[in-house]
Design a protein around this ligand. Structure first.
Ligand code: AMP
Length: 191
């Protein structure tokens, strides 16, 4: 079982690289951002609860995220492994994930952290906003808030995995294929 956390600030390329990783290693992709956007699109109760947080670039409360991930994991009993994209984003979520996976005897093997400078992130997100239709991709204030929230609440998650010797930094700037190669080398060392 190959369980990986793909970590990095908004706009680092987690979605793009996830698509490539799941194809090569046959993993199930769990993107909490995508799951929330699906709930919002379908008008579910969870979507309604999450929408305001997301539109403002704030984090959705931990208990909602954790429950949603637990349900999703439970739907894939035969998976070769999971790639967690945009989750965990707080230390509380990381602890909950360890507990969920511990119960199933399938711990996280690796955290891949995509590293990209702030200015580059903003440029990428604004560019994505032209086609993504995402409210949270649309203006400087919302984007700055997401980066601020990342630094305050999410960066500590990297230390959480560093302490478990699972952290691997990846330079997230350059050609998509080159970054993917670096990712594959890191995965092949642990798999
Ligand atoms: P993303 O697509 O990963 O950039 O996520 C978009 C938005 O969804 C974030 O800015 C948060 O509002 C919310 N979100 C996604 N994942 C999480 C999470 N693990 N914890 C809290 N909020 C999340």
């Amino acid at each position: 079982m190959l369980n990986i956390v793909l970590f990095g600030p908004p706009g680092a390329g987690k979605g793009t690289q996830s698509e490539k990783i799941i194809e090569k290693y046959d993993l199930v992709h769990i993107s909490t951002g995508d799951l929330f956007r699906k709930h919002i699109g379908e008008g579910t109760e969870l979507g309604k609860l999450a929408q305001e947080y997301i539109d403002d670039g704030n984090l959705v409360p931990d208990e909602l995220v954790i429950r949603m991930v637990e349900v999703k994991i439970g739907l894939h009993k035969d998976a070769n492994g999971f790639i967690f994209d945009g989750f965990p984003r707080t230390v509380t979520q990381a602890e909950a994930l360890d507990e969920m996976l511990g119960k199933r005897n399938m711990p996280i093997k690796l955290m891949l952290a995509l590293e990209v400078e702030d200015e580059e992130l903003k440029t990428r997100i604004l560019l994505r906003g032209k086609t993504s239709g995402r409210v949270d991709d649309q203006n400087d204030e919302k984007i700055n808030n997401r980066i601020k929230v990342y630094k305050k609440e999410t960066i500590p998650v990297a230390d959480y995995y560093r302490k478990q010797s699972k952290y691997k930094g990846i330079n997230g700037v350059g050609r998509i294929e080159g970054i993917f190669n670096d990712i594959c080398m890191a995965i092949d060392l642990v798999k």
